[in-house]
Write a protein that binds this ligand. Structure first.
Ligand SMILES: Cc1cc2nc3c(=O)[nH]c(=O)nc-3n(C[C@H](O)[C@H](O)[C@H](O)COP(=O)(O)OP(=O)(O)OC[C@H]3O[C@@H](n4cnc5c(N)ncnc54)[C@H](O)[C@@H]3O)c2cc1C
Length: 436
C-alpha cells in the first residue's frame, strides 16, 4: 500500500529518494504515498488512516501539503466526468490538471475564464489555495468552482453546491486541504475563444505610476514583470481576447514601453522556448493565458516564490514601497510579477471582498537569505493589509493572518464539521489556522 509502485514513475520519483515538492526546496516529512484510483479506494483509505494529506501536483513552496504520516494521491483519477453544455459546466476527477482539461474543453467548444502562469498544476490543488492568473475583471481560479465532491474524515461523501450551500460552499472552496479529500470538482465554462499575446519592454516606473489604471484595464489579462532595478518595468505581458470588445491597440509603444520584436521569457536571460506564443499570433485561450507551455519547465525551476495580495486601491503605493527595497531585494531575486484579480466571496481567498493587485517574487533558491528578507517586505506591505498567498513562502504570523483573513474562525468551525479530529491537519494548518 505504501510507496505505491504505480505512482513512483508518475511523479518521476524513485521510492528510495525522499519525496520533494516540485521546486525541490521542501523534502516532505514522509514518503508513504498511496495512490487511489476510485472513490471507493479513497473512502477506504481515508477511513483507515488517522492522519493524512492529499498531495496534488506538489507545486506549493511551503509545507501546506506536507504530512508526517501519509500522503494520498489522486493522480490516477484524472478523467472528465461530464461536460454539460446547457449548464455551462464541466465536472472532472480531482486528480486532473489544467493541462489535461484545457485542450479537451477547447475541442468541445468551451473555455475556462482564466489560468495561472502554468497549466501543469492540479485543478483541486490550485483551487484549494486560491491560485490565480491576471485580469482585473477575472476572479481567481477557485471562483469558477460550482460544486465539490468531498470525502470527509469518516469516509462519507459530501456534495457542496454554489447554488444551494451558501456560506458552507464559500468556506469550502479555498479549503487548504483541511476539509477532506476533494474527489470531483465542477467548474464554470464559457464558449471557447482565441487570444493574442503581446509583450512590451522597458516601461518607466513613472509611467506605470501615472497610468496604472489605464494599463491594467487595457486588456483581458495584464502582467508587469520587474527586477526593481533602473526604475522600470522590464516587461509588460498583454493577453487580449480576439473577439471581445474593442481589440487591444497593438501600437509599437505602450505607455512608453516598446513592443518586443521576438518572444521573451519573463526572466529575459532565459529561453522563450518554454513560453506561450507572443507577437500577436492568435491562438486558443489555453495556449495564451498561461505564460508557460505544457510539456516545458515553467518559470525557472530551481527557485522559491512568495506573493502578496494588496487591496487594489493601494496598488501603486505598495509597488513603490517594494521599489524602495530594490537594493535589498535585487541580489536574491530572479523576477517579480504584478497582476490584478477581481474580488470574490470565498472565505479564505486573498481576494475575499476586495479586488487586489498581487506582488509576486521569484527568488533564487537561497532560503536563509529569503527568510531574512520576507519580514522586511511584509513590514513594508503591512500598512496595506497585504495577504500572503497560501501556497508560497511567507513569514506572516498566525495572529496577523487572523486579522487579515477575517473568516478564519468560521473556517475553523466549518472544518470541525467535516474533520472533527483533525485527520487532514498538518503542521502548516495547526500553526496558521487552528492555533491562530
Ligand atoms: C512554477 C510555478 C508557477 C506558479 N504560478 C502560479 C500562478 O500563476 N498563480 C498562483 O496563484 N500560484 C502559482 N503557483 C502556486 C501553485 O500553483 C499553487 O500553490 C497550487 O496550490 C499548486 O497546486 P498543486 O496541486 O501542485 O498543490 P499541492 O502543493 O500538491 O497541494 C496544495 C494544497 O492543496 C491540497 N490538495 C491538493 N489536492 C487536493 C484534493 N484533491 N483534495 C483536497 N485537498 C487537496 C493539498 O493538501 C495542499 O493543502 C505556481 C507554482 C509554481 C511552482
Amino acid at each position: 500500500m505504501f510507496a505505491n509502485p504505480v505512482i513512483s514513475p508518475l511523479f518521476g520519483w524513485a521510492p528510495s529518494d525522499r519525496l520533494k515538492n516540485w521546486a525541490g526546496n521542501l523534502e516532505y516529512s514522509t514518503s508513504r504515498l498511496y495512490s487511489a484510483n476510485s472513490l471507493d479506494h479513497v473512502r477506504g483509505y481515508v477511513k483507515k488512516q488517522t492522519k493524512l494529506k492529499v498531495l496534488g501536483t506538489r507545486h506549493c513552496f511551503n509545507n501546506i501539503a506536507d504530512s508526517r504520516f501519509h500522503f494520498l494521491s489522486l493522480k490516477l483519477m484524472d478523467e472528465v466526468v461530464a461536460l454539460d453544455p446547457k449548464a455551462h459546466t464541466v465536472t472532472v476527477d480531482a486528480g486532473m490538471t489544467y493541462g489535461q482539461l484545457c485542450p479537451y474543453l477547447h475541442t468541445k467548444g468551451f473555455a475556462l475564464h482564466n489560468l495561472a502562469s502554468l497549466p501543469h498544476i492540479s485543478i483541486a490543488g490550485a483551487c484549494s489555495t486560491a491560485t490565480h492568473g491576471s485580469g482585473e475583471k477575472n476572479g481567481n481560479l477557485a471562483t469558477a468552482v460550482s460544486e465539490l465532491e468531498i470525502v470527509t474524515a469518516r469516509g462519507e461523501v459530501v456534495h457542496l453546491f454554489r447554488k444551494l450551500d451558501g456560506e458552507a460552499f464559500r468556506g469550502a472552496v479555498v479549503g487548504l486541504g483541511a476539509l477532506g479529500v476533494i474527489t470531483k470538482i465542477t467548474l464554470d465554462v464559457q464558449p471557447t475563444f482565441m487570444m493574442r499575446q503581446y509583450v512590451y519592454e522597458n516601461m518607466l516606473l513613472r509611467d506605470m505610476k501615472d497610468h496604472f489604471d489605464a494599463i491594467e484595464s487595457s486588456a483581458y489579462s495584464v502582467s508587469l514583470f520587474t527586477d526593481w532595478q533602473k526604475q522600470r518595468i522590464n516587461e509588460v505581458w498583454i493577453k487580449s481576447r480576439v473577439e471581445e470588445g474593442p481589440a487591444f491597440d497593438k501600437a509599437p509603444e505602450f505607455f512608453g514601453a516598446k513592443r518586443a520584436t521576438r518572444n521573451l521569457h519573463p526572466i529575459a536571460e532565459l529561453s522563450a522556448e518554454n513560453c506561450t506564443e507572443q507577437m500577436g499570433v492568435p491562438g486558443p485561450w489555453y495556449e495564451r493565458l498561461p505564460h508557460f507551455r505544457m510539456g516545458f519547465t515553467p518559470s525557472a525551476g530551481k527557485e522559491l516564490q512568495s506573493e502578496y495580495f494588496v487591496p487594489r486601491q493601494h496598488a501603486v503605493e505598495a509597488i513603490l514601497a517594494m521599489e524602495r527595497l530594490r537594493d535589498l531585494i535585487g541580489p536574491h531575486l530572479m523576477i517579480s510579477e504584478i497582476r490584478a484579480i477581481a474580488a470574490d466571496n470565498l472565505w479564505l481567498s486573498p481576494c475575499y471582498e476586495q479586488s487586489c493587485v498581487t506582488i509576486h517574487f521569484t527568488w533564487k533558491q537561497d532560503w536563509p537569505a529569503v527568510r531574512k528578507l520576507l519580514p522586511v517586505i511584509e513590514k513594508e506591505l503591512a500598512p496595506f493589509e497585504a495577504r500572503p498567498h497560501w501556497g508560497k513562502l511567507f513569514t506572516t504570523s498566525p495572529t496577523q493572518l487572523k486579522s487579515l483573513y477575517k473568516k478564519i474562525p468560521e473556517f475553523v468551525q466549518l472544518t470541525t464539521k467535516y474533520d472533527p479530529r483533525g485527520k487532514f491537519r498538518n503542521e502548516f494548518l495547526d500553526t496558521n489556522i487552528f492555533n491562530s
